[in-house]
Design a protein around this ligand. Structure first.
Ligand code: ATP
Ligand code: MG
Length: 377
């Protein structure tokens, strides 16, 4: 298969990682008539349940990975912490999209921040390395200390708000490679989901405004309630990043909007993004279908917003009083519910999400907050 030919429906898409992003990708791909194979270390994963085939083996098992890739016409990843080096084996037997180097750059915070700096993208001032105290002195207080590897949902992060917090930070991360970032007292957070095809076509979905609680995404609001200049800056950054990193696929770009309207890049994720789940219910093309189109070299879909919408994450916490009140939620005419089929509702674990559509974003958010509060009973 040459890079220029489209991979048409009927062919097989391989997905590394079996979480909810892989599940929704598999649902979009099978709707378009593709076959989907999932590679995931843990058995009975959310994506495997809706795919044609599930392989359970460690990511470092190059023989298993190669055998898996041989069955696929294109392979992608849904999970940032797939180790990048074994992916080189895949490229020897089939197409890997995005390229492994995109994952390598973005899965480690030090490399990611350096890439942003070296390519001239705006970001919070940072220091890196294993000398925590020196890094904090360099960046200044307040700052946020983050592990360089394997962070998600704010795990492995520590805020240093005053000098009194420094010893605890030094103790927590002793000897570990970290990134220390200036604390941004942002006005809000927004994100862009961008898709780029092998032929270099680029589409950016409407910008989402994101509200995090305890470092985990809680609400995504579309359209984002920010100035048109902020929307334009966010879209432009996403497009330029996709081009510069030579993306083939979909990428989430997380951004901080400062109180003076400056837009800074927080993180990049070379896959679909939680803040793009609203596209399943309120956009002409979903981010998952767009991912299929991009990695298969098909025309990218329209990113027209169909209705103002708010997405609410459903975490394991919603089970604190027993099974959530699904009937009350499903009785609402403007709600769509998505559950990921995960057993074991632990606090902080992403179990599903729902979307609420309304006449405008403020109204959708009002409904969303009300419905969320009622869910746990
Ligand atoms: P996720 O997987 O949810 O994206 P993560 O662990 O990769 O999370 P970040 O995106 O770096 O972590 O941080 C999570 C949240 O913590 C951010 O969305 C933001 O709300 C807050 N945060 C992180 N870095 C900073 C900073 N430098 N200044 C202010 N707030 C920050
Ligand atoms: Mg983040």
């Amino acid at each position: 298969m040459s890079a220029g030919e489209a991979i048409l429906p009927g062919k097989t898409i391989g997905v590394l990682g079996g979480g909810q992003l892989g599940r929704m990708l598999a649902q979009a791909a099978t709707r378009l008539g593709y076959r989907v194979h999932v590679y995931e270390p843990q058995a009975n994963c959310p994506a495997g349940a809706v795919a044609h085939q599930e392989v359970n083996a460690p990511y470092e098992d190059t023989a298993a990975l190669t055998a898996f890739a041989k069955e696929c016409d294109v392979v992608t990843y849904e999970f940032e912490n797939v180790p990048a080096p074994p992916l080189k084996a895949i490229e020897a037997v089939t197409l890997l999209r995005p390229h492994w180097s995109v994952l390598e750059t973005t899965q480690n915070r030090s490399r990611e921040k350096r890439w942003l700096r070296d390519n001239g993208f705006p970001h919070a001032k940072f220091a890196e390395g294993t000398d925590i105290a020196a890094g904090i002195r360099e960046v200044g207080v307040p700052c946020v200390v983050k592990t360089a590897d394997f962070g998600y949902d704010g795990k492995g992060q520590f805020k240093v708000m005053t000098d009194a917090d420094i010893p605890a930070a030094v103790k927590k991360f002793a000897g570990q490679p970290v990134v220390i970032e200036q604390f941004i007292d942002f006005a809000c957070e927004v994100s862009a989901v961008v898709a780029r095809s092998p032929g270099a076509a680029v589409r950016v979905f409407p910008i989402a405004e994101n509200i995090h609680t305890n470092h985990i995404l809680d609400f995504s609001i579309v359209p984002a309630r920010v100035a048109p200049a902020v929307i334009a800056a966010a879209e432009k950054l996403a497009r330029l990043i996709a081009e510069k990193i030579n993306l083939v696929g979909v990428m989430g770009v997380e951004l901080f909007v400062t109180k003076t309207g400056e837009v800074l890049v927080n993180e990049l994720a070379p896959r679909t993004h939680n803040s793009g789940h609203w596209t399943l219910d309120a956009c002409m093309t979903s981010q998952f279908e767009q991912q299929v189109r991009a990695i298969c070299g098909l025309p990218l879909g329209a990113v027209t917003l169909l209705s103002p919408v708010v997405m609410v994450n459903i975490l394991g916490d919603a089970w604190k009083n027993g099974e959530p009140k699904w009937d009350a939620l499903l009785a609402q005419p403007n709600v769509r519910l998505h559950l990921y089929g995960k057993a074991g509702a632990r606090p902080g674990r992403k179990m599903g999400h729902f979307t609420v559509t309304a006449r405008d974003a403020d109204m959708a958010l009002e409904f969303a907050e009300k419905y969320k509060a009622r869910l746990a009973g």
